[in-house]
Design a protein around this ligand. Sequence first.
Ligand code: TV1
Ligand code: CA
Ligand code: ZN
Length: 393
Amino acid sequence: EYNITRPKGYTVSYHFNPDMEPHHFGLTHPMKPFRLTLTKSLVTAYGMNFAMDNYNTRIATYEELNSFHTSDYLDYLHMTPPEEMPRDIDNPDKEVKFNLGGSDCPLFHGLYDYCSMSAGSSLDAARKICNKQSDIAIAWGGGLHHAKKSEASGFCYINDIVIAILQLLRCYPRVLYIDIDVHHGDGVEEAFHSTDRVLTCSFHKYAPEVFFPGTGGLDDTGPKSEHNPGAHHAINVPLNDGITDEQYGHLFQSVIGKINEKFRPSVIALQCGADSLAGDRLGRFNLQVQGHGACAKFCKTFGIPMIMFGGGGYTPRNVARAWAYETSVAIDVDEKINKIIPEHTPWRKHFVQEELFPSLEQILGEPRANRNSQKRLQEIIQHVHEQLRFVNA
Ligand code: TV1
Ligand code: CA
Ligand code: ZN
């Protein structure tokens, strides 16, 4: 009915595991796996599934998780039933291992399965890119950028992004990792500190001591030793509360445009954390769906393969809107989608009399005071451009 057709000349794949949704971090925990189902339903309601290859993804094997994570950590995550694991809330005397069991990274039933599903989706996406069966692969169930090789952190237990990038490195010389989640992509940055084959670039709210994880300042560019090929291959864009679509778009294009020129990536891994949207329960920015989606749109203009991962996003209906919109960007029907009258969708009742994709003037949630001066943003661009003098493909 909406005439959503396959994009011309390239293939998009959508990687989804319906068994992720039933997992619960706990009633009050901000991470809500049902946002993935909400996203998928919205994508299907618009008929976007007809324009893509859709895959129900398998779970990642122990060996696959082991390509990044240590056996000690995986065994603990795998073998110990939740009730036997130490918790710092219920059993304050018990030792907390691997940062598991606190309020951010609780232990819940089916945790290991949930992690394997998230990693499985991202790995399937990477494999489709590697064997050229897909040009843009979408894995909204992934994007868990804080997990370390033997430690859980910030709602992330298994770093599906690192595992997927390791797969991409088997087939492509250079991977550009871009992270638009409101938090610093510390786990991915750290994992590739010592290689010049992966350049990481995170945009985030930066306020050490106050905002998680507290790293990712402008001068954090990776270990600066003479002998480290990975030096200068971590780029960080620290921001303040309330940044707008216009400012973010300008920053994103100047930074990523320059990185593309200098680094010449063969493939892009884009983490699309939706907690950088206005009205997010944890985020601090003022981005609208279109401003967030403009990042994916700009990356697409480079004409190289791309994986789009999920990540944060704590106001579920806004997450679904953003990721459904970004799916429409991937298949090149975003203009059409913007014009569709939402009355026609079976999902309208879930979106309480609002348009699914609000117009540019409409604000998602309460806007925040903008604490980003033009002068500071210009300084950031200048600094990044100087850092890129050290980067050559
Ligand atoms: C249970 C119940 C856990 C309510 C956690 C917000 C909760 C948070 C909760 C929360 C919350 C964080 C810290 C403090 C470090 C801790 C997926 C010193 C209302 C990628 C992870 C943010 C973001 C972790 C993950 C952060 C991602 N903020 N309510 N926890 N300690 N943790 O600040 O990047 O989006 O907030
Ligand atoms: Ca980020
Ligand atoms: Zn986040």
